[in-house]
Design a protein around this ligand. Structure first.
Ligand SMILES: NC(=O)c1ccc[n+]([C@@H]2O[C@H](COP(=O)([O-])OP(=O)(O)OC[C@H]3O[C@@H](n4cnc5c(N)ncnc54)[C@H](OP(=O)(O)O)[C@@H]3O)[C@@H](O)[C@H]2O)c1
Length: 291
């Protein structure tokens, strides 16, 4: 029986992992209340006590804009903590699966980012995650870094889908950025893929991998589809008009990559399974929300 330590059990991805991981082994699920990732000694003590075969880090400082004014906290959680986890994993010869982000890239490409492409984060959050990746790689143990993007889930705190549904119930007109392109990814699909990796870890050598839902759209297109699906499910909406705007018209404290598409080919080559199309996943997620 595998012993799995799941850190970040109350996040969007963490909550989905809680449901899928028991297929693979005995799960110890840890949230911020049990482990504060700003406390290095507590991280080491926990890992040494549990002695897992697998450690999954689904926790992160994910407030992209707030990170601009809290760079040290973002670094503690997204860089230092993964580094300590990687060191503790290495001493136990455990496999460390860490989740990272498309925001490690600057978005200047116009073809899907490969794992081997140069990183160049545009903001504090992206930099702290990129430095976390480097710290894990520097420890030299058995790791799998899974970069994903545009994550939304039925559980956990807010996300773009939930924000659109809330605004769509409150307002007749909504403006959404149309010049940022990416692949919306359902937290459930990430959890499924991580569970698949843990079932066949021998198929996925140490390294960085990308996993998103397939397909490429703008935030504006995504919003349009959310409203279309929500109407089909009889979710009451007030919104009549969605207006496409540019990033320049919607300034945020942190700059975001204009093109965020990640190539999924690396993991497809290892596992032989393909990511679900974003629209099919959105449909399923909204069905869960509408019950
Ligand atoms: N969300 C996205 O669009 C997106 C895109 C690309 C990559 N990712 C990556 O995907 C992973 C999962 O993201 P997610 O959307 O599931 O994130 P999430 O819902 O924000 O969950 C992150 C979890 O980390 C916890 N956490 C924050 N600070 C902590 C601390 N000091 N100690 C312990 N736990 C702490 C949070 O607890 P609290 O709830 O108490 O704060 C939360 O439960 C992350 O690595 C993220 O960087 C996310």
């Amino acid at each position: 029986m595998q012993k799995i330590l799941l850190i970040g059990a109350k996040g969007q991805v963490g909550q989905e992992l809680l449901k899928t991981l028991p297929k693979v082994g005995e799960v110890t699920a840890i949230s911020r209340e049990e482990l504060d990732l700003t406390q290095p000694e507590a991280i080491i003590e926990l890992i040494e006590t549990i002695k897992p075969n697998f450690i999954i880090n689904a926790a992160a400082y994910t407030a992209v804009d707030k990170a601009e004014i809290e760079p040290e906290l973002a670094q503690q959680i997204n860089t230092n903590a993964p580094s300590i986890i990687a060191e503790a994993a290495e001493s136990l010869k455990a496999i460390f699966l860490h989740i990272s982000t498309d925001y490690v890239f600057d978005g200047t490409k116009n073809t899907p980012y490969l794992e081997s492409d140069l990183t160049n984060p545009l903001g504090v959050y992206g930099r702290s995650k990129r430095d976390g990746e480097r710290a894990i790689q520097g420890r030299g143990g058995r790791y799998i870094i899974l970069r994903t993007a545009w994550v939304y889930g039925a559980y956990g705190k807010g996300n773009f889908v939930k924000t659109m549904l809330r605004l769509g119930k409150e307002r007749e007109q909504i403006k959404v950025v149309s010049d940022q392109i990416g692949s919306p990814t359902w937290a459930y699909d990430i959890a499924q893929r991580i569970t698949e990796i843990l079932t066949h870890p021998e198929k996925v050598p140490t390294g960085v991998y990308h996993f998103t839902n397939s397909g490429v759209i703008s935030w504006y297109d995504f919003a349009m589809n959310i409203f279309e699906e929500a109407r089909r499910l009889n979710i009451p909406l007030k919104v009549k008009e969605v207006i496409p705007i540019t990033t320049a018209e919607y300034p945020t404290p942190a700059k975001r990559p204009a093109y965020s598409v990640l190539s999924n080919q690396g993991l497809i080559n290892c596992l032989g399974t393909y990511p679900p199309y974003w629209r099919a996943s959105l449909k399923e997620m909204l069905e869960i929300l509408s019950f």
